[in-house]
Design a protein around this ligand. Structure first.
Ligand code: 1PR
Length: 565
């Protein structure tokens, strides 16, 4: 059997390649155009084709047409040879998608892809969820899908499960998100496809990939249509888990080596006191908490649901000349099989030699290196200021818009660095009266504040509130918000729940709570007191004060779904 991977030009296809290398199948061929496809027919071995990736439905279909792959793929699907579609590689099998009205899919499954309802939940459906096979009675038909495992999903559109439609003939497993039930795997004859990303689903996903490759190697038997009309009413609670994310702030130390560092309220230099009395800030060396790739590997093994690598000084220079950071992402992606978010310097930029780089180009370099999402900080603030100046009319030029157009909004995170601005409520006549928070804790009583956004790692404050930024980021096309707090960063005082609630109330995209975690109970608190989907920490994991496994144990014990490996 010879393995072929279809590269339609967008999204992180490198992750799949890394997974295959990890599983011991380094011998595959990329298909990028019709000529490559012809080779698939020319070989004497029987072929097996994987179509990985994420991105917008229209972009994927258009790219198949542009590369001369649309018809060859239709012919391949009809040929009875093994096909494994991942995420957009599953959705293109359908007739159409509400994501791109007017664009015709491959039409193998004569049903439409529709959008999730965001009235009761965040959309995209981003994170870990379970998948239940419709007919679990015959283990030989499960394709390695385990009802006790969790898989990583990231999508805003889905194939609804409805036993009365022709899609039900293809449905192999279903997943519940909120009260909506959708098809998470399809299987019929030579075709198998997953809405989730096995290459990003940790050991459970790698098992599933291995299973399909081994089956294809041995010669797959054609799968019959599953029995129709299996009704499956939604359960009171879905299988969607709370995500626990480890964050690595990366920068060059004074010797020029990239290290993981960690600040207190964004100050990453050692504090020292020559006299023993006065604390001198910003005088010491950059704190070095370890090497980025080694730590990423350690957190993956410990069960982190996602990793975030932030290049915290990238605003100083051109990110594409920052080859060490790209090398770090590449090396981390070879070891880590859960989603990787990369931030820092994702913007239009100019190299020292005058070469212009668009934000899409910068993001594309990170995606090709193995990133699944990019996170935009400073540029998001400027984009929202521009949006406000244009009376809330987007012009399509911001990094958020250009990247989400090509790679899909689920690949774009906006990282917010807010800081409290204390005011006297009796005399305050600024524009943020509706957004004031009145302190409730004993040490905050009588105080009131609003949250101001900053750029350049908290160095410059901008005239934008966190509410304006969050709403603007969503309008421009961001798929997730990483919500830091300069006041709480590195303090260990717990997450700023007022801030998190405020942002969750004004957006429908997922939010990551960040900054201030000091104990495992802080994670339980933030999940109990806000409806945030995920929580991130840095310092406590780096200093080994709290283990990821223990955080997950507490979160699970408190009654939340949590992925445990
Ligand atoms: O503006 O697009 O180039 O992006 C720069 C990115 O770098 C932004 O996401 C910004 O948040 C981040 N950043 C810049 N300077 C710093 C710094 O610390 N000096 N780090 C910085 C942000 C905050 C979190 C941290 C949590 C959890 N770090 O990433 O990991 O606060 O920490 P804790 O659990 O220890 O409390 P651009």
């Amino acid at each position: 059997m010879r393995l072929f991977l279809l590269d339609h030009g967008a999204g992180n296809v490198q992750s799949l390649a890394n997974s295959l290398a990890k599983l011991g199948y380094p011998d595959y061929k990329w298909i990028k155009n019709a000529h490559d496809f012809a080779q698939l027919h020319a070989i004497s071995d029987s072929p097996a084709l994987i179509f990985p990736g994420q991105g917008a439905f229209h972009t994927a279909i258009q790219s198949l047409h542009d590369r001369g792959l649309f018809e060859p793929l239709q012919e391949y699907l009809a040929s009875g040879k093994p096909y494994f579609g991942i995420c957009v590689g599953m959705q293109v099998l359908f007739a159409s998608s509400a994501e791109s009205p007017g664009t015709q899919g491959l039409g193998t499954i004569p049903c439409p892809i529709v959008r999730f309802d965001d009235a009761d939940k965040a959309v995209p459906h981003m994170g870990w969820n379970s998948a239940e096979c419709l007919d679990p009675s015959d283990p030989s038909t499960l394709e390695g899908v385990s009802s006790t495992s969790h898989y990583y999903f990231v999508h805003s559109y889905c194939a609804k499960y409805d036993p009365s439609t022709p899609a039900a003939e293809w449905a192999h497993s279903t997943t519940q998100y909120g009260q909506e039930l959708f098809i998470s795997t399809v299987r019929k004859q030579n075709i198998f496809a997953t809405q989730f990303h096995p290459e990003k689903s940790g050991p459970a996903g790698l098992n599933l990939l291995r299973h399909w490759i081994e089956q294809s190697r041995r010669g797959r038997t054609l799968a019959p249509s599953p029995a129709l009309c299996i009704t499956r009413p939604p359960k009171p609670k879905d299988g969607f888990t709370k995500r626990i994310i480890a964050c690595l702030d990366v920068r060059a130390n004074d010797d020029g080596d990239l290290v993981v560092t960690k600040g207190d309220q964004y100050d990453v230099r050692e504090k020292f006191s020559p006299s023993g009395a006065t604390v001198v800030r910003t005088a010491g060396a950059v704190r070095n908490l370890g090497k980025p790739v080694a730590l990423a590997d350690k957190y993956y093994t410990s069960g982190a649901d996602e990793l975030c690598l932030l290049n915290i000084t990238s605003f100083r220079h051109s990110p594409l000349r920052d080859q060490p950071m790209l090398a770090v992402v590449r090396a981390a992606a070879e070891k880590v099989f859960v989603p990787l978010t990369i931030g820092g310097g994702i913007k239009d930029s100019v190299d020292p030699d005058g070469t212009k780089r668009s934000a899409v180009e910068v993001a594309g370099a990170y995606f090709r290196a193995g990133a699944d999402k990019v996170s935009i900080g400073s540029e998001a603030v400027y984009a929202v200021e521009k949006l406000r100046a244009a009376n809330n009319v987007a012009d399509g030029t911001s990094a958020i818009e250009t990247i989400s157009k090509v790679y899909g909004s689920q690949a774009v995170v906006v990282s917010i660095d807010p800081k409290r601005v204390f005011i006297n409520p009796a005399t305050y006549d600024g524009p943020y009266r509706e957004e004031l928070v009145y302190g409730q804790d004993p040490d905050q009583r009588g105080k009131a504040w609003w949250y101001q956004c900053t750029v350049s790692g908290g160095r410059d404050a901008r005239p934008v509130s966190v509410v304006e930024l969050a709403k603007g980021a969503q309008k421009l096309g961001a798929g997730e918000i990483l919500l830091n707090s300069i006041d709480r960063d590195g303090t260990g005082l717990g997450f700023d729940r007022d801030l998190i609630r405020m942002v969750k109330n004004v957006v429908s995209i997922p939010v990551v709570a960040s900054s201030g975690a000091g104990t495992k109970e802080h994670f339980v608190d933030v999940f109990k007191e806000t409806n945030v989907e995920s929580a991130l920490a840095a310092g406590i994991f780096h200093r080994e004060e709290v283990r990821i496994e223990d955080v997950k144990g507490s979160v699970k014990e408190a009654g939340f779904n949590c992925r445990v490996i």
